[in-house]
Design a protein around this ligand. Structure first.
Ligand SMILES: Cc1cc2nc3c(=O)[nH]c(=O)nc-3n(C[C@H](O)[C@H](O)[C@H](O)COP(=O)(O)O)c2cc1C
Length: 325
């Protein structure tokens, strides 16, 4: 009898497939469909700090009364927050699988109270999507790291539910960052967020949006860092994210040491059915390999357990090119 159950960041999931935070998870009815298709958990779309600030700023610019500034900011925030709390409550009322709330933030203070409200609304865990593009020439790595640590510390002091950090892959030392987040209370890490990509239309000479969806070729970085982080930080809960499009990708991430995986682009392009198909194939693979539980093979090929861990650290293509004509 095959059991797909997995432990992720203090949550018990019936299987390791999580629907990643995005517009996919912005409706309670659709979230129910993902549950019916077999999803192990759902991360609700994020509430963006930036989005609230932009909306407040635009309303403030239309106001004749400078003294209304604080009122407008608070009003916009309260409205957006209330809509979000409703999404949590309604999804919790319809779904039995864990519901993870998500916020995109970079200032701890702005979100402490909101984190508490999300917990009270019934969220089973909180995913903090801390991402912004820093282009300051006087960039200070320590200050950036301190910002991440401050956010996790403050949120952990405020809520009792598990708190997971979702990070981008553009850090010079990802294991060191995840380690310090864990030391400061993070219950898990999502590797990785995928940032917006700009493109240029050479006919209209305009800046345009690049492809929003990941491709299968993005999986390599996800696997590399899942294996290294899980191998170097015992007990860390990782959800691999970015480039997981097929059932084999799920197995690869689990072998690398992930506790769960998040799927987003594949669900956008193939619909909820892909969850059912992936789960069926994972079960078939386990049955064929004579595994009854995920724990039996999770991390078998992590940095700590692989016979050739140096493969995960290889940065150059020298061997590859020397073998090619
Ligand atoms: C259309 C779209 C909207 C997204 N919105 C969010 C969001 O609100 N919050 C968030 O943390 N990630 C968001 N993401 C990122 C996804 O959750 C995920 O991390 C990323 O797409 C990589 O996973 P994938 O390769 O399965 O697509 C979004 C992705 C897409 C494609």
């Amino acid at each position: 009898m095959i059991n797909l159950e997995t432990q992720y960041a203090g949550l018990t999931l019936r299987n390791p497939i999580i629907i990643g935070s995005s517009g996919l998870t912005s409706s309670p009815d659709r979230n129910k469909e993902y549950e019916k298709a077999g999803a192990g958990a759902i991360v609700l779309k994020s509430l963006f700090e930036e989005q609230i600030e932009m909306q407040s700023t635009s309303l403030m610019s239309e106001s004749y009364y400078p003294e209304a500034t604080d009122y407008i900011r608070e009003y916009v925030k309260a409205n957006q927050v209330n809509d979000y709390l409703e999404l949590i409550k309604k999804t919790k009322a319809t779904c039995n699988i864990p519901v993870i709330a998500s916020t995109n933030c970079y200032k701890a203070d702005a979100w402490i109270d909101f984190a508490r409200q999300m917990e009270l609304a019934g969220a089973d865990a909180l995913e903090l999507n801390v991402f912004y593009v820093d282009t300051d020439l006087a960039y200070d790595y320590d200050a950036t790291r301190a910002m991440y640590v401050n956010i996790i510390r403050r949120v952990k002091e405020t809520v009792r539910i598990p708190v997971i950090m979702k990070i981008g892959k553009f850090f010079s030392n990802i294991p060191a960052l995840v380690h310090i987040l864990k030391v400061n209370g993070a219950d898990g890490a999502v590797l990785f967020n995928r940032c917006y990509r700009p493109d240029i239309d050479i006919n209209t000479m305009q800046l345009v949006s690049g492809n929003v969806f990941s491709s299968h070729s993005d999986l390599g970085d996800t696997l590399r860092w899942t294996a290294i982080v899980s191998g170097k930080i015992p007990g860390i809960s990782i959800a691999s994210s970015t480039g997981i499009h097929e059932w084999e990708d799920v197995i690869k991430c689990l072998l690398a040491g992930a506790s769960a995986v998040q799927m987003c682009s594949a669900v956008y392009t193939c619909g909820a059915e892909i969850i059912t198909q992936v789960l069926t194939c994972v079960e078939e693979w386990m049955s064929h390999a004579k595994y009854e539980s995920i724990a039996e093979f999770k991390g078998k090929l992590s940095y700590a357990n692989s016979k050739n861990p140096g493969m995960y650290e290889r940065a150059q293509f020298m061997k590859y090119f020397s073998n090619r004509d």
